[in-house]
Write a protein that binds this ligand. Structure first.
Ligand code: B12
Ligand code: SF4
Length: 471
C-alpha cells in the first residue's frame, strides 16, 4: 500500500508558555513515534512518504502534491492534544482530494481521549498507546480487506458508530521494533537551542515509568512498567546515527532514563568500549543519582541531565506524589555540578495548595540550585493526569474540558489551577518576572558565554536572549 505519514506543526501548536519568538528559538524535533511507525510499515513492505510540516518551506503544497502524485491509500498522522485541530484539518484536506483514503491517527491525543478524539474528527481509525504492533496488524487487515473488529488497541468508526476494541499488551521485547526510520526526514532541518553540536538527534531507549507524579499522564501511555531496549541495541543505534548521519550529540527523550542503575552503568561502559565519542543528555529524577553513577555517565559523554525539581516546598512535592524532597534536589544538584554535568531544571507554579509563599520557596530553590537552564511553568491539567481528575472532583474544571477542547468549543490550551488568593494572571506575571530575573542576570549571561562551544551555539543563544528581552 502507499502510505503517507504526516507530523503536524509543533511550532504552530505550542501552548503559549512563552511568546512565539521564544517558542521558535527553542527548536524543532522529529516525531520519534511517527518514525517508529514508519519503520514498521517499511518493514512490512509498504511504500512510504513522510511530511514533517515544520521542516517544509511550503508544507501545504507538499501535501497537495503528495496526494496528487503519490496517491496514498492510507494517511497516518501523529496527534498530540495540542495539534488535534491541525491534524483534523489535514485529514479533511486528504479526504477532499482522495475520498477513499483511510486516515489512521495515533499519539497522545488519541490515547488520552480516544472517543472524543474520534467523535470530533474525520479519522477512520485511532491507534491507542504504543503503536507499532497495532498499526502493522491494522494495515495487514486493511490490505487483505479483513475484519478489523478483533484488532486490539484500536478505535474505529462504522457508519456513525464508534467501536473501541480491547487493550493491546505492551511490547515486552523492545528490541523487536526496528530503529526509527530517520532516513525519511532531513535530520539537518531540526535543531535545539541547547544543543552544542550542529548535528544533533533525538532517541528513546526505554518506555514507561514506574513513578506516579499526579500532573503526568504516563499511566495512560506507555504504562508504569519501565521497559528498555538492550544496551547493545541502543549503542548500535547511536553508532548508526554517527556513521550514517554524522550525529555528534544525542538528546534522550525517555520519560525516565536512569530507572535501572545497572543498565545505565553497563550502557556507559559499552559506549566507552566502543569509543563512541558522542555527547548526550537525558532526563531523570533527583533521587536516582549518586556520585559513582555520575562519574561514569560523564566519562561516557553525558553533559546535561534534566530534572523535574518542580517545587521548593516539601508539602507540595508530597501532594504532587513526586516522591522527592527539597533536600534531595539540593544534594543531587551539588553532585551533578561537582561531576561537571550541566543541569536543566523544571520548576512548576500553581500546584494544589500553592501560595505566594510556596512560590517564593520554589524561586529561591531555583536560584540556589542555579541550573544551567530552567523552565518555569504553570501546572497544566493535562488530559489523563491524576491532577486533572482531582481538579474535576474539586469542581475546579469541568470533566468534559478536553472533550470540549477537541470539539473546538474551548481554545485555552493550558488550563491550570487558580484561586482567589492566587489567580492565574498572578502566576503568569510571576513566571514572566522569574524568567527575566533568571535569564537576564549578567552573571548568568557571562557564564553562558564562557561555556559556548561553537558559533552555531552562540548564534542560537543570542537569538534566545533577544527573544527573552522582548518577553
Ligand atoms: C520530546 C517531547 C516533546 C518535544 C517535541 C515533541 C516531538 N516532536 O518529539 C517538545 C519539547 C517540543 C514537547 C512539547 C510539549 N509537550 Co511533550 N513530550 C515529549 C516526550 C518527552 C517524548 C516524545 C517521544 O519521542 N516519545 C517516544 C515515542 C516512541 O512515543 P510516542 O510519541 O508516544 O509514540 C508512540 C505512540 O504514541 C504511537 N504513535 C505516535 N504517533 C503515531 C502516529 C500514528 C499514525 C500511529 C498509528 C501511532 C502513533 O506509536 C508510537 C510508538 O509506539 C513526551 C514523553 C514521552 N516519553 O513520550 C512528551 C509529551 C508528548 N509531551 C507532552 C506535553 C504535555 C507537552 C507540552 C504541552 C509541554 C508543555 N507544558 O509545554 C508541550 C506541547 C507541545 C505542543 N504540541 O504544543 C505530553 C503530551 C500529552 C498529550 N495529551 O498530548 C507527553 C506525553 C509528556 C507528558 N506526560 O506530559 N514535547
Ligand atoms: S513526571 Fe516523569 S517521573 Fe513522574 S510519572 Fe511522569 S514520566 Fe514518570
Amino acid at each position: 500500500m502507499n502510505i503517507l505519514l504526516i507530523n503536524p506543526s509543533l511550532n504552530r501548536q505550542r501552548i503559549k508558555h512563552y511568546n512565539d519568538k521564544i517558542e521558535k528559538a527553542r527548536g524543532t524535533y522529529p516525531s520519534l513515534g511517527l518514525l517508529y511507525i514508519a519503520a514498521v510499515l517499511k518493514q512490512e513492505g509498504h511504500h512510504i512518504e513522510l511530511i514533517d510540516i515544520d521542516t517544509e518551506p511550503n508544507p501545504q503544497n507538499k501535501i497537495i502534491l503528495s496526494l496528487a502524485s503519490f496517491k496514498p491509500d492510507v494517511l497516518c498522522i501523529h496527534v498530540m492534544t495540542w495539534s488535534f485541530h491541525q491534524a483534523n484539518e489535514i485529514a479533511k484536506l486528504a479526504k477532499d482530494a482522495l475520498p477513499s483514503i483511510c486516515v489512521i491517527a495515533g499519539g497522545a491525543a488519541i490515547t488520552s481521549a480516544p472517543e472524543p478524539a474520534m467523535e470530533h474528527s474525520v479519522f477512520d481509525y485511532g491507534v491507542i498507546g504504543e503503536g507499532e504492533k497495532t498499526t502493522a496488524e491494522l494495515l495487514q487487515t486493511l490490505n487483505s480487506k479483513g475484519d478489523t473488529s478483533k484488532i486490539p488497541g484500536i478505535i474505529y468508526r462504522q457508519g456513525r458508530k464508534l467501536f473501541l476494541n480491547g487493550k493491546r499488551p505492551l511490547i515486552e521485547m523492545l528490541d523487536s521494533i526496528p530503529n526509527p526510520a530517520r532516513e525519511l526526514v532531513k535530520l539537518n532541518r531540526y535543531s535545539d537551542v541547547l544543543s552544542r553540536e550542529r548535528a544533533c538527534a533525538t532517541m528513546v531507549t526505554s518506555r514507561g515509568c514506574p513513578y506516579n507524579c499526579i500532573y503526568c499522564d504516563r499511566r495512560n501511555r506507555m504504562g508504569n512498567r519501565w521497559r528498555s531496549f538492550s544496551n547493545r541495541r541502543i549503542v548500535d543505534e547511536m553508532q548508526e546515527l554517527k556513521n550514517r548521519y554524522g550525529i555528534k550529540e544525542i538528546m534522550f527523550f525517555d520519560d525516565e532514563f536512569i530507572t535501572d542503575r545497572l543498565r545505565t552503568i553497563e550502557f556507559c561502559n559499552l559506549i566507552l568500549e566502543n569509543n563512541l565519542k558522542i555527547i548526550w543528555e537525558c532526563r531523570s529524577r533527583v533521587d536516582l543519582i549518586d556520585r559513582e553513577l555520575l562519574k561514569i555517565m560523564k566519562r561516557a559523554g553525558c553533559y546535561r541531565i534534566r530534572f523535574g525539581f518542580e517545587s521548593g516546598d516539601d508539602i507540595i512535592l508530597k501532594t504532587l506524589k513526586k516522591g522527592i524532597t527539597v533536600m534531595q534536589s539540593l544534594e543531587c544538584s551539588r553532585m551533578v555540578k561537582e561531576a561537571g554535568i550541566e543541569i536543566f531544571g523544571y520548576f512548576m507554579f500553581g500546584c494544589p495548595g500553592e501560595t505566594e509563599k510556596t512560590i517564593q520557596k520554589t524561586i529561591e530553590l531555583a536560584f540556589v540550585i542555579e541550573p544551567d537552564f530552567a523552565v518555569f511553568s504553570k501546572a497544566i491539567l493535562i488530559p489523563g493526569s491524576e491532577l486533572f481528575d482531582w481538579a474535576v472532583t474539586q469542581k475546579l474544571i469541568s470533566a468534559d474540558y478536553w472533550e470540549r477542547f477537541l470539539a473546538g468549543e474551548i481554545t485555552n490550551t493550558a488550563p491550570s489551577l487558580s484561586s482567589r488568593e492566587l489567580p492565574e494572571e498572578r502566576i503568569d506575571q510571576i513566571i514572566k518576572e522569574v524568567n527575566k530575573r533568571f535569564y537576564l542576570r549578567p552573571k548568568f549571561m557571562m557564564r553562558k558565554l564562557a561555556k559556548i562551544k561553537s558559533l552555531p551555539q552562540l548564534i542560537k543563544q543570542i537569538n534566545m536572549a533577544g527573544a527573552f528581552l522582548n518577553y
